[in-house]
Ligand binder design. Structure first.
Ligand code: 5GP
Length: 209
């Protein structure tokens, strides 16, 4: 691997069913120095707790389609057959410019596209402890209608089938333990041979490559 290739930011993909606790685990990853997360675009309306620019860039269907045509997304997908979500490409440049590793919290369709474009991306799948517990968590959030909960559960069933496409699985039955696991993965991935650091590259080059 050349030094230029090594300077690409490490990209982490975090997926898992709605209610698996992926957002909390992404926050744990961001506690590891040297990481940033992207802000996705979505056509979904904001929830009362969400402010623009922090959770999502909330845009119209027309604007989303325009950005798709302009090739602005690294990946994009229609999630739950309803709203569109996408990761702007500029986050890769942003991470590269700042010398940080990028964390993407995206669904299984987006993960597939990122893996295709960036095969070195490290994909982590979050497993909820049990189906019953997932259902309980979705209801406890109180943010979705019965119909939406039904849709999310059906979607969870489909998403869970795709765990084999991921490099790491983290069971989120205990947030402290799962948090330590995901932080350990974040740190360990930086030592993967395929993700050679600039420092390691320089050492290897000084020995003749
Ligand atoms: P929510 O509407 O609950 O915030 O997110 C619904 C689903 O969309 C979650 O599974 C979340 O991971 C996924 N999602 C959020 N941002 C993106 C994105 O940029 N791309 C893709 N493909 N999925 C996303």
């Amino acid at each position: 691997m050349t030094l230029a290739a090594a300077q690409q930011p490490l990209v982490f993909i975090v997926s898992g069913p709605s209610g698996s606790g992926k957002s909390t685990l992404v926050q744990k990853m961001l506690e590891v120095p040297g990481t940033i997360s992207s802000v996705s675009c979505t056509t979904r309306p904001p929830r009362v707790t969400e402010s623009a620019g922090k959770w999502y860039d909330f845009i119209s269907e027309e604007e989303f389609d325009r950005r798709v045509r302009a090739g602005e997304f690294l990946e994009h997908a229609r999630v739950f057959g309803k709203h569109q979500y996408g990761t702007p490409r500029r986050w890769i440049d942003e991470a590269q410019r700042k010398g940080l590793d990028l964390v993407l919290e995206i669904d299984v369709q987006g993960a597939e596209q990122v893996k295709e474009k960036l095969p070195a991306a490290v994909a982590i799948f979050i497993l909820p402890p049990a189906k019953k517990e997932l259902e309980r968590r979705l209801r406890a959030r109180g943010q979705d209608s019965e119909e939406a909960i039904g849709r999310r559960l059906e979607r969870a069933r489909q998403e869970m089938q795709r765990y084999t496409e991921y490099d790491f699985l983290v069971v989120n039955d205990d947030i402290e333990r799962a948090g330590r696991e995901i932080q350990a993965i974040t740190v360990a991935a930086r030592c993967l041979r395929g993700c050679l650091s600039e420092r390691a590259c320089k050492i290897l080059e000084s020995f003749g490559g």
